[in-house]
Ligand binder design. Structure first.
Ligand SMILES: CC(C)(COP(=O)(O)OP(=O)(O)OC[C@H]1O[C@@H](n2cnc3c(N)ncnc32)[C@H](O)[C@@H]1OP(=O)(O)O)[C@@H](O)C(=O)NCCC(=O)NCCS
Length: 153
């Protein structure tokens, strides 16, 4: 496995990496990269989530180029389990897949979870996402089928 990449916990000085991965991600989706960057910047201007101790954005860098990212939040449980880390987004650019980058990002958010005393990590993946299911199984997650519920405002 090529371990030439590193993972960073994004802070305000790392916005260039965020913009780079947003543009690349948008291009892979056939979307407008500039619009993705504007959307991120507007969201950050409204809510300073990069300064939060309940939100993390991780980026994997391959020789200094953004190759994948993971975002996650901490939700307190209010009981002895203290909190769970919920992974929201996990994406590896196609050219960088099957090199352990998603695994490294999960490992890093696992270290975050241990640092903040969380009980574990939870996330949702689609039943038909065979790559995601294989990834999470290999990373030691217990997979249980659920129904995802969402109401948009
Ligand atoms: C799923 C995804 C994040 C995996 O990223 P990745 O960096 O390629 O994953 P890794 O290299 O860490 O893979 C670790 C293991 O997961 C499994 N795996 C990963 N992708 C797989 C695939 N396409 N098919 C089967 N198994 C796969 C393998 O067991 C792999 O180990 P191996 O390469 O030694 O066989 C990536 O394919 C992706 O970004 N997909 C689109 C977005 C997505 O589905 N995100 C998750 C939604 S919750």
């Amino acid at each position: 496995m090529d371990n030439s990449f590193q993972t960073i916990r994004v802070g305000k000085n790392d916005l260039a990496y965020v913009h780079e991965i947003l543009v690349a991600d948008a291009v892979e989706h056939g979307q407008d990269g500039a619009a993705a960057v504007r959307g991120f910047d507007a969201s950050l201007a409204q809510d300073d989530f990069l300064s939060s101790n309940c939100f993390w954005l991780l980026i994997a860098l391959d020789h200094g180029r953004a190759a994948g990212y993971l975002s996650a939040v901490r939700i307190p449980k209010g009981d002895a389990r203290k909190a769970f880390i919920y992974v929201d987004e996990l994406w590896v650019l196609q050219a960088y897949r099957r090199r352990g980058i998603a695994t490294a990002l999960l490992d890093e958010i696992g270290r975050v979870g241990l640092e903040v005393g969380a009980r574990g990590i939870r996330l949702i993946t689609r039943v038909d996402n065979s790559a995601g299911r294989a990834l999470y199984q290999r990373a030691g997650f217990d997979l249980q089928e659920s129904i995802f519920c969402q109401k948009l405002f």
